[in-house]
Each structure stands twice: as structure tokens, then as C-alpha cells.
Design a protein around this ligand. Structure first.
Ligand code: SF4
Ligand code: SF4
Length: 483
């Protein structure tokens, strides 16, 4: 049987000297953080899986309806035209992550990241259930292939595949809604082959990730993990080992014997390494692989309880705190991230407040910007009205600031737009040639017939240079007068 890894700072703890993968057999742990993490993970799992099922305003709480280009977020419906809001959403999330990381380190990774939640609280549970604790799993790995090994491995991988397929279906429900997902499941795969391929691929990716790749995703792929060293400093909260208190390490006997010479509280039992899901030794200091899962805190607290030493040899603290200095919460980095976060949140709130139940777009038709004939100067537009509400609405179009003699074709009567639908119609404006006095700006206003809201677009009526037009009129008049 392969001995427990002896992590080193020279290389990744999960990579052997020859470059091959060292699989981590994470030991079980219990304690105060494990209990709270179990509870919070159960809540988060329920949230991840339930969001497509909970109706808000007639639609799932989160429904990214890519097919119809409508995005429903907790009762707010956004159309493709509102996608500029994504900029604020993504930058707001980025600033929040910067701010939280500068203060609390990798709290997201350890407590809320779906990779950690599903791996620790779903797939590792299946592993424990089918193959036993870490010692048994190691023994099973080392054992020759036999009926028991085949049976346990088959059960584990069958359950992994089943759970991966369920998670893949739930993920698709965010984009297709639960009823349409159900209809697709009832139909033959050939009727929805793209969804079928998506589900198959995602199931395979999830299975590969959670059955084999595991912590490598955090260490090798996740960009947030790689950014850590740039985001945290000596005063950020991390999981750390109190070297002053723990060193020099001693065996259990010396630790229990006060006369046994100077000995630190660490009895070098390696329990903190055995429970670490990324296989590192936190006593070597802060490392890229640490996802702040708190397993080593619970493990070491349990050891400290047994040898009657105070808890907290491994604990939440800053590097400054672990070195005996005072932790500073307010510092240039946190102040800067805080200000950016406040600005981002303010702008995002304003941007969200501008979202209306409908969208209006006015574009000039392709071709010449204006047309001049013997009687009129004509401008042609396409007006697009998108109804983002779940009920049909009738819209009235008005022109504000247009000259009184402008004649209009299109939108002369109220237009009904179906729920989550859109209407695109031409709007043709003509100004009699004799009264034309040059280009001007006006507002196209679309009003909900019940006057609950209105939408404006400023537009310019274009036409020829007035002097040239009058000159052309005079020439035409002279030509007609000439015998
Ligand atoms: S669990 Fe605590 S006592 Fe045991 S090796 Fe780790 S730090 Fe030392
Ligand atoms: S060092 Fe501790 S907190 Fe970090 S990943 Fe390992 S067990 Fe979790």
C-alpha cells in the first residue's frame, strides 16, 4: 500500500516525483466547522437544484431562456437588448470577490463553490458509502481485483454516473425550464438531439471531474485559485498553523510530559494532512492548494481536546495574527476594493432600476437615409417593441417634437404585443416638400395603452440641404414656366 503522502513545498502534493497523479484518500472529520459546513452545504445544494422549480412571476426563479432570448431572474425579465446589464453584474461579482477575498481569503472556495459542495457532500459521501473510510479505500485500491472490489467499484461508479446525469438535467433546466425538460425526456433522443448531446457531454464531464479529476480542478484550472496570491495579503483571513505555539513538534509522550523539555503543541500526528482534500500539510504555510475548507481545523481541535491543550493550533487567522501581530481589517487594499464595490453596486442598482417591462428600438431602414420625391421628403424607420411581461400589452406610438405637418404611415392604431413577444413594423414619416425647413430631431414615444409606463427614443429626421432643395424647386418651376 502506498504510504501517506509527505507534502512538500517543492511540488504539488498530488503529483509524484515521476509526474504521475497521487490520488488523495481524504479521511473523515467531525467538529464544529464540519457540522456548520454540512448544514450550509445542504441549504446550498437545495438552492442550486431548486431554483429552476420555484416560480416567481409565472417563470422559474432563474430561467435563462436562450431560445427566446429572455432571461428571468427572480421576477425580473431581461431581453437580449438588456444584455449590457451583464457588464455590471459580472464586474460587480468580480469586485465582490476581490473584496471578500482580501478580507476573508478563500471563504468562497471552502464554503460555497459548487465544486467543493458537490465533491465533499455528494460524491465523497457516495465513495464513503460504497467503499468505506479512507483506510478501507486505500486497502481496496491496493487489493487485487476480486468480486468485492468489482462490486464496490461498480456500485460507486454507477452512482457517480446517475448523480452526474441528474445534475446535468438540473443544469439544463436553468436554460430550458422544467416542463420543457420533462417533455424532452419523454420524447425520443432524436427529436431533441442537441439537448441529448448536451446532457451526455455534461454528464461525462461531471463524472470525469468528480470521479477522478477532483481537487486538480481547483489547483490547475480554476483562475480564482490562481489569483489568490495577488488578492490576499498578511492581514487576510486564512486557515493557518500557529508555528510559534506548535513548534518544535513533539511526540505525544513529550507533549504530555511538562518536564520532558521544550515541546510545542503539535504532536506530529499528521491528522491535519490525512483530512485535507487537497493533500497538503498546512504546517508548511499558506499554499496555493488550500481551499480553506476548515477540515484541518476540526481535525487538529479534536487532537488538542484529547491531549488537553487549547484548541486553535490550526485556526482561522491572518498571517499577521499567526505571527503575533494585530490583524488590520482596514487597509489600502480593502478600502480600494470596498470603494470599487460600492461604486459598482450603486451603478448596478441604477442600471437595474432603468429596466422596463418593454423595450423600444428605432432604426433607420437600410438604404438611403432619406428620399426626396416631387411632393415629400421621406424618412423610413423600423420600430421594434419587445414586451417582456407575461401578459399581452397594447402600445400607442406618438411623435414628440416632430413638425405639425409631418404625415405618418404605420403605428396609426394601437399595436398589441403578445407576452414575451415582439413586434417589428415600419414607420414612414413624410414632410411636404414646400414646408421642409431642414433636418430636425424628435422623440418616438411608445406608451403602454393603460399609461403605466412609456419608452422614448430620440431620432433625427434627415433631408437635403435646404438651399439646394429650394434651388432645385426654382429650377423645376422655371422649367415648367418656359414654353
Ligand atoms: S493535527 Fe494538529 S497536532 Fe496533529 S500534526 Fe496536525 S497540527 Fe500537529
Ligand atoms: S489545508 Fe486545511 S483548510 Fe486548506 S484545504 Fe487542506 S484541510 Fe482544507
Amino acid at each position: 500500500m502506498e504510504p501517506l503522502p509527505q507534502p512538500s513545498l517543492e511540488s504539488l502534493s498530488t503529483v509524484r516525483a515521476d509526474g504521475s497523479r497521487r490520488y488523495v484518500y481524504t479521511a473523515d472529520v467531525s467538529g464544529r466547522f464540519a457540522t456548520v459546513r454540512r448544514a450550509s452545504s445542504a441549504v446550498l445544494l437545495a438552492v442550486y437544484l431548486a431554483l429552476p422549480w420555484i416560480p416567481v412571476n409565472g417563470y422559474p426563479a432563474v430561467f435563462l431562456d436562450v431560445e427566446n432570448r429572455r432571461f428571468h431572474l427572480f421576477g425580473l425579465t431581461l431581453a437580449a437588448q438588456d444584455m449590457w446589464l451583464l457588464f455590471f453584474l459580472i464586474s460587480g461579482l468580480g469586485f465582490s470577490l476581490f473584496f471578500v477575498t482580501a478580507l476573508f481569503g478563500r471563504v468562497w472556495c471552502g464554503w460555497a463553490c459548487p465544486q467543493t459542495i458537490f465533491l465533499d457532500h455528494v460524491y465523497r459521501r457516495i465513495e464513503r458509502w460504497t467503499e468505506g473510510d479512507a483506510v478501507r479505500r486505500r486497502a481496496l485500491q491496493a487489493a487485487p481485483l476480486g468480486p468485492v472490489k468489482i462490486l464496490r467499484r461498480t456500485a460507486k461508479h454507477a452512482l457517480y454516473l446517475l448523480v452526474s446525469a441528474v445534475v446535468a438535467h438540473m443544469f439544463l433546466a436553468y436554460f430550458a425550464s422544467v416542463p420543457s425538460l420533462w417533455r424532452m425526456m419523454e420524447a425520443a433522443p432524436t427529436e431533441h438531439w442537441s439537448a441529448f448531446v448536451f446532457i451526455g457531454t455534461l454528464t461525462a464531464v461531471l463524472y470525469f471531474n468528480f470521479a477522478w479529476f477532483r481537487e486538480q480542478l481547483c489547483v490547475v484550472i480554476c483562475p480564482y485559485g490562481r489569483l489568490q496570491s495577488a488578492l490576499v495579503d498578511d492581514h487576510s483571513l486564512i486557515i493557518g498553523y500557529d508555528r510559534t505555539r506548535g513548534e518544535p513538534r513533539a511526540g505525544l509522550r513529550e507533549a504530555r510530559d511538562p518536564k520532558g523539555g521544550p515541546a510545542g503543541d503539535c504532536i506530529d500526528c499528521h491528522r491535519c494532512v490525512a483530512v485535507c482534500p487537497t493533500g497538503i500539510d498546512i504546517r508548511q504555510g499558506l499554499q496555493l492548494e488550500c481551499i480553506a475548507c476548515t477540515a484541518c481545523v476540526d481535525a487538529c481541535d479534536e487532537v488538542m481536546d484529547r491531549i488537553h491543550r487549547p484548541r486553535g493550533l490550526i485556526r482561522y487567522d491572518s498571517q499577521a495574527g499567526l505571527g503575533g501581530r494585530r490583524t488590520r481589517w482596514i487597509r489600502p487594499r480593502t478600502a480600494l476594493y470596498g470603494v470599487l464595490l460600492a461604486i459598482g453596486a450603486g451603478v448596478a442598482t441604477w442600471a437595474l432600476s432603468t429596466v422596463r417591462p418593454a423595450n423600444l428600438g428605432v432604426t433607420r431602414m437600410i438604404g438611403a437615409p432619406y428620399i426626396v420625391d416631387s411632393a415629400f421628403v421621406r424618412n423610413q424607420f423600423l420600430v421594434r417593441i419587445v414586451n417582456k411581461s407575461t401578459e399581452p400589452r397594447r402600445f400607442v406610438l406618438e411623435l414628440d417634437g416632430a413638425r405639425a405637418d409631418i404625415r405618418r404611415a404605420g403605428f396609426t392604431v394601437p399595436v398589441e404585443v403578445p407576452p414575451l413577444g415582439e413586434v417589428v413594423q415600419p414607420l414612414v414619416l413624410q414632410e411636404p416638400r414646400p414646408s421642409y425647413s431642414g433636418p430636425f430631431s424628435f422623440v418616438v414615444r411608445v406608451r403602454d395603452e393603460e399609461a403605466r409606463f412609456e419608452l422614448d427614443r430620440k431620432v433625427r429626421f434627415l433631408g437635403p440641404d435646404l438651399e439646394l432643395l429650394r434651388e432645385a424647386d426654382r429650377d423645376e418651376g422655371a422649367g415648367e414656366a418656359r414654353p
